[in-house]
Design a protein around this ligand. Structure first.
Ligand code: FES
Length: 359
């Protein structure tokens, strides 16, 4: 692999990476699908914005801002009527597009609209797009893009660490090389899948590797494939395994106040059909879950104590630098308002060391 980390290490000033008040426009996980039945309403807070989501009586998902544009009652107290919601305070009714269609004490509704947001579900999770129109499909496992999948959910948890920094752990080659001194140097192949997704791949041969991949090697003597696909710098899909069995874990993260990460693990496999197939699906998902517990456990202490201040990039940090560059190229939005930030003035004499520090 031809690597020149010094030429790669030239990027614009920090824009969104590891920023406490900004995030990338994209799909963010809201709640498990099973928690929202037909006719139910839930309140969610996604990157600082309070929203309600509800499921119409025929199963359609709708997401809108949480407060009524009349007097500001919380719409969580409202009533779902077909695909519309009626505010419980004075009975104003808004359709699935957020348009006011009825005001009980007036003959005609007023020209009002609640802001609505794209919403969808996949892998047993409800996702919300943080812009007007979704620019990407829902996050997916690249090698299963066109296949039917089975999935299950892990328990969500919070880490005292920015989502971008949590994500870096999966490509922190320096860490892998350090903790496994007998391994050869590990470097990743990078592939940008689209504006919002980047993938890092590595095939690990016998005699080299990550300590936890050596754990898999107890069961299998073949080469092990390892890859991680990032969406929006805060969803990481880890794929691990020999050719005949790839395990896929999606770690969906969203930024919380104070640079914390709200993490939802999702276990995914290609779906096998039939009674035997459903047993196989369950076994693979269980194995994937065990692997995720193993991975999370190994990082728990590091993620609790890391204060990201990347001052001395080396050759082994190339993937981390590429990841940061990829994040900073994407469309940033402000925490809570979901508006684009005002562009900063051009840098004057900034050097590379300014780039990877915290805000
Ligand atoms: S506050 Fe909602 S209808 Fe009055």
């Amino acid at each position: 692999m031809d690597v020149n980390y010094q030429s790669e290490n030239s990027y614009p000033r920090q824009k969104v990476f590891n920023h406490s008040q900004r995030f990338i426009e994209g799909w963010y996980w809201a709640i498990p699908s099973r928690m929202l039945k037909k006719g139910e309403i839930k309140t969610v807070e996604i990157v600082g914005r309070e929203l309600i989501i509800y499921r119409s009586t025929d199963g359609q998902l709708i997401c809108c801002d949480a407060y009524c544009p009349h007097l500001g009652a919380h719409l969580h107290q409202g009533i779902v009527e077909d695909s519309s919601i009626r505010c419980s305070s004075h009975g104003w009714k808004f359709n699935a597009e957020g348009i006011c269609i009825e005001i009980p004490c007036l003959d005609e509704p007023l020209p009002l609209k609640i802001k609505t947001w794209p919403i969808d579900e996949k892998y047993g999770i409800i996702w919300i797009w943080t812009g007007k129109i979704a620019q990407q499909p829902l996050p997916y496992v690249p090698e299963l893009e066109l296949q039917a999948c089975a999935s299950s959910l892990g328990k969500s948890f919070v880490k005292n660490c920015h989502p971008n920094v949590v994500m870096i752990n999966a490509i922190d080659v320096h860490h892998f090389n350090t903790v496994n001194p007998w391994s050869r140097e590990i470097l990743f192949d990078k592939q940008e899948l689209n504006y919002n997704a980047i993938k890092f791949d590595r095939t690990i041969q016998p005699g080299e590797g990550f300590w936890w991949i050596n754990w898999i090697r107890w069961f299998c003597k073949h080469n092990i494939h390892y890859s991680i696909c990032y969406w929006y710098g805060c969803i990481g899909i880890v794929t691990i395994g020999p050719d005949f069995l790839h395990l896929h874990i999606m770690f969906a993260l969203r930024l919380l106040e104070g640079k914390k990460a709200d993490i939802q693990p999702i276990f995914i496999t290609k779906k096998y059909s039939g009674i035997f197939g459903s047993i196989v699906n369950k076994l693979i998902l269980l194995l994937t879950k065990f692997l995720s517990i193993f991975l999370i456990k190994g990082k728990r202490r590091i993620l609790r104590q890391i204060s990201f201040n990347f001052q001395t990039p080396t050759r082994a940090d190339l993937s981390v630098i590429q990841f940061v560059q990829h994040i900073n190229k994407q469309k940033a939005l402000n925490w809570r308002t979901w508006q684009e930030p005002i562009p900063p003035p051009p840098p004057t004499g900034a050097n590379n060391r300014d780039v990877l520090t915290n805000d």
